[in-house]
Design a protein around this ligand. Sequence first.
Ligand code: NAI
Ligand code: MG
Length: 359
Amino acid sequence: MAIRRIAVIPGDGIGKEVVPAGIGVLDAAAAAFDLDLEYEYFDYASADYYVEHGKMLPDGWFEELRPFDAIYFGAVGWPEVVPDHISLWGSLLQFRRHFDQYVNLRPIRLMPGVTSPLAGREVGDIDFYVVRENTEGEYTDLGGRMFAGTERETVIQETVMSRIGVDRILKYAFELAETRPKRHLTSATKSNGISISMPYWDERVAAMASHHPTVDVDSYHIDILTANFVLHPDWFDVVVASNLFGDILSDLGPAIAGTIGIAPSGNINPEGLFPSLFEPVHGSAPGIAGKNVANPIGQIWSGSMMLDHLGEPEAARTVLTAVENVLARGGAALTADMGGTSGTDELGRIIADEVTAIA
Ligand code: NAI
Ligand code: MG
């Protein structure tokens, strides 16, 4: 069995608590499936590192992290000490950009024992992926401000859609749809209002669809699409979107599926030229940090996504089933945000034991 080298970056706040819980579950999966996971811990991408060094990352971070097979990331941000734009741009966003993690992947699934804020929705009603383009689109630094401070003040910020950039995210999404029973892909567009870049997006969707004839494709303008996430979440299977639209959908998705404490994500370079990064959707939650009350499931589920990415689908599936089983049993075993009494570490151990029991 090949050694998988994983860079572990806990970051700030509850990242330092949920990461150890996640590692405990990965260890249980490694033991059960005879995987060789080798961890190396890094203390950068944190407020403590910033206070000591005046920056979020050391100069050599790129070369240091590049050889790893994946990055297992907690959360970054401690606004009392470092302004959020510095901590995020100085660390996580550097990883996403320089490691060309052009896919932001978020599974949206209503889990057993979790109540959706949408009335009457049950397990099975909400089960889809949001695939967000993570490197170009509406988020660029192309543009500028003219005549600043005068009444002619004018600002322009450009959207960039390259054929390579659009096609690679669409290809990933179509191929993901092909692995799913429904084989259904929804494209988020706005070609009625954004009259140059979004018709181009639609054109590339049509071109990619012609290469994936078994995938059933539809398309909604982003405004009605957000409404349909709330009204008809059962309509969706794989939803692909540009950077801005995907940003919105990938927060709305976890919100309709219940608590933020359990939502996972992947920032993926599918070709494996650079390490991909797996992290919970939530942040460092300063208000509850250090109290051993944070829900570790978002971190644990992110570990399942990482195992899948590393080519271990069986181990990945087992971790997810363990999470589902523990959630379904409910009760005191869960953390306080889900009505239980377990600490972060305790719930981590319960899920790790479940992995061992069912593997
Ligand atoms: P947050 O996700 O840290 O917290 C939002 C709310 O959810 C809080 O009430 C928090 O207590 C609760 N919460 C979050 N995770 C939880 C968990 N695992 N268990 C139980 N409750 C949980 O978002 P917020 O407050 O906007 O940001 C706090 C810091 O985190 C900021 O510095 C922000 O920049 C950073 N952040 C970092 C992210 C990352 O590293 N990817 C993502 C989002 C925010
Ligand atoms: Mg967001």
